[in-house]
Ligand binder design. Structure first.
Ligand code: NAD
Length: 251
């Protein structure tokens, strides 16, 4: 729907790559003014050049979601510039691998800092604005937070936290008019996954075959799950974890 988000303001974290870039684009195509937020501006600037017809709707911001002061400042600044905040998409995330016994303190903390603390900081900063606009939040969870992926100990734990924090916000803020949901993607072909698949020859193909739909997703087929949850069509959907996983969690 080209007009579904006309006049609405959306913030997407991790908008410079992979799934975040596809979600960024999908909201733009559906009419929103979208703030793309990432660690560096350069990939988002390249995205803006490639999608110049949509550039009037784009605002680019640089911040580390795991820095509470920085993320709060950027969210407040965006609202000052654009007048409102209707949707927050907490998508920034990292996925270093390793089972529990060989996971270092540093790796564990880094994953928790970005995937869990960062999502909390952005949510806390956005909530007053979302209460004012009667807006909503869509988080990027993962099927790794429902079941567990082999050798992703810290990541699995972080995405489990994302799922229950989604429910917590949904329960606490519904009466103030703010919904909170999450998309739980299965494997999506993004730089994040590609890096992990590149470690073993043939892994990508074998991985694809292990999915009921027989292939790894492309980001563009996951993005509509985000715009749906954020839209008025989902007005009674709150605290839901929407899998978009080709059937991975169905067996
Ligand atoms: P990606 O690496 O392609 O993109 C992630 C983006 O987030 C990057 O642009 C990165 O710079 C940004 N980012 C990382 N740390 C940040 C920080 N501290 N502050 C601000 N931005 C930061 O990865 P992706 O695959 O597109 O992943 C996006 C989300 O989707 C993540 O939450 C990931 O866990 C989730 N996810 C991915 C898959 C998959 O198979 N690719 C599956 C399920 C869930």
């Amino acid at each position: 729907d080209q007009n579904r988000f006309l006049g609405k303001t959306v913030i997407v974290t991790g908008a410079g790559s992979g799934l975040g870039a596809a979600v960024f684009k999908r909201f733009l195509l559906e009419g929103a003014n979208v703030v793309g937020l990432d660690l560096s501006a350069e990939p988002m600037e390249r995205f803006r050049e490639r999608n110049s017809v949509l550039s009037a709707q784009m605002t680019l911001k640089v911040a580390d979601v795991s820095d509470p002061d920085a993320i709060a400042a950027v969210i407040n600044e965006s609202v000052e510039e654009l007048g409102t905040l209707d949707v927050l998409v907490n998508n920034a995330g990292i996925a270093p691998t390793g089972p529990a016994a060989t996971t270092s303190n540093e790796l564990w903390r880094t994953v928790m800092k970005v995937n869990v603390d960062g999502l909390f900081y952005a949510t806390r900063a956005a909530l007053p604005h979302l209460i004012r606009s009667q807006g909503n939040i869509v988080n990027t969870a993962s099927v790794s937070g429902i079941g567990a992926d082999y050798s992703y100990a810290a990541y699995d734990a972080s995405k489990g936290a994302v799922i229950n924090f989604t429910r917590s916000v949904a329960v606490d803020y519904a009466q103030r008019g703010v919904r909170c949901n999450a998309v739980a993607p299965g494997p999506v072909l993004t730089p994040l996954l590609q890096k992990n698949l590149d470690t073993t020859a043939g892994l990508k193909e074998a991985f694809g075959r292990s999915i009921p739909l027989g292939r790894i997703a492309v980001p563009e087929e996951i993005a509509p799950a985000f715009t749906f949850l954020a839209s008025a069509d989902a007005s009674y959907i709150n605290g839901h974890i929407l899998t978009a996983d080709g059937g991975v969690t169905a067996w």
